[in-house]
Design a protein around this ligand. Structure first.
Ligand SMILES: *[C@@H]1O[C@H](CO)[C@@H](O)[C@H](O)[C@H]1NC(C)=O
Ligand SMILES: *[C@@H]1O[C@H](CO)[C@@H](O)[C@H](O)[C@H]1NC(C)=O
Length: 310
């Protein structure tokens, strides 16, 4: 009798301890949330739930908030159209001259926001020099964000100004870099020039932290397109393949598509097709599916929300 009373007492008291502890924990959680406690400010929370996707954000600057909108969908590649203007060497962002404003620059829309995201991701980075910094995406910290720079004005004059604008990211160690001794150091951001980016000048960079979007339809040209110069290569889908996404892709077009992708992969280069059909939505999705099934590395998308749910 005495024994079971005792064990009942022990049981009751441990149960009440648990209940009290649980109530205490709930109160503590409520207090922390109410006070917006610094204990809840996870340093890399900017992208904590995002899984990076192999989507390329075409004409990113058209979005209400450039860069950040697409990062919020986990997009792994963004494209900025850059125009060099004026003696001061302003790099303005936009699709055509009418859309440019003095406030919207390569620095203000891309370089500074990327720095602001990456700094908290790498609080102790200086202590760990030697290992790569944490990238944009917390769920895949080794993934590098592709920043495609589409040069709209003369390439030879724009390149040095773009390289200078990238200095804060370079100085922080956030740019993927190739050294002529054969070492490729991957980092949080891989900058890839396209549009009028001058191939010969990009090839001559040493070290190189500005790469070149290779010609996917002509990769064997000159035996120079290797991943250390061209991590990706691109071509216009409509011309290179052409299937409109309705019905089933004809064999000859499928063969063309596979050859372009396989030739790139044989060199270690990733394949991207731009100018894929956008409408009807079912045709757009059919083309995306055929591209993915056959190994294309990036989906080029204007509607990144649709692509991220694809
Ligand atoms: C190549 O050069 C870079 C930069 O100087 C250096 O960090 C790296 O260790 C070198 N790699 C080799 C294999 O010499
Ligand atoms: C490939 O490059 C060669 C030499 O520059 C050029 O003549 C040819 O038109 C190119 N082909 C394509 C499909 O771009």
């Amino acid at each position: 009798m005495a024994f079971s009373k005792l064990s009942l007492l022990v049981l009751l008291s441990s149960w009440s301890t648990i209940v009290l502890a649980k109530a205490g924990a709930h109160k503590r959680i409520r207090d922390l949330i109410k006070s917006n406690s610094p204990l809840l400010q996870y340093p890399t929370q900017f992208t904590q739930d995002l899984v990076p996707k192999r989507i390329h954000s075409h004409n990113d600057y058209w979005r209400e908030v450039p860069l950040l909108t697409v990062l919020s969908y986990g997009v792994g590649s963004v494209e900025a159209d850059v125009w060099l203007f004026g003696g001061a060497g302003d790099l303005l962002i936009g699709h055509d001259p009418e859309s440019l404003t003095a406030d919207r620059t390569f620095g203000s829309l891309y370089v500074q926001p990327l720095l602001e995201i990456l700094k908290p991701q790498n609080p102790g980075y200086d202590l760990y020099k030697g290992s790569p910094p944490t990238g944009i995406f917390d769920t895949s910290s080794g993934a590098s964000l592709n920043l495609l720079v589409y040069v709209k004005t003369d390439g030879a004059s724009a390149l040095p100004v773009i390289l200078k604008a990238l200095k804060p990211l370079r100085d922080a160690g956030y740019l993927t870099t190739y050294y002529s001794n054969g070492t490729l150091v991957r980092s949080a951001i891989t900058v890839i020039g396209t549009g009028n980016s001058p191939l010969d000048l990009v090839r001559a960079l040493d070290p190189r932290d500005y790469f070149f979007d290779g010609p996917l339809a002509n990769l064997s040209r000159g035996d120079i397109f290797k991943p250390t110069l061209s991590p990706i290569a691109s071509t216009g889908y409509a011309v290179a393949v052409g299937w409109n996404g309705l019905g089933t892709i004809p064999d000859n077009q499928l063969t063309k598509l596979r050859k372009l992708i396989d030739d790139a992969h044989a060199l270690g280069v990733q394949a991207r097709f731009w100018d894929t059909p956008g409408w009807p939505v079912s045709a757009r999705n059919n083309v995306w599916m055929v591209l993915l099934e056959n190994g294309a590395d990036w989906l080029n998308a204007d509607d990144v929300e649709a692509a991220s749910e694809f």
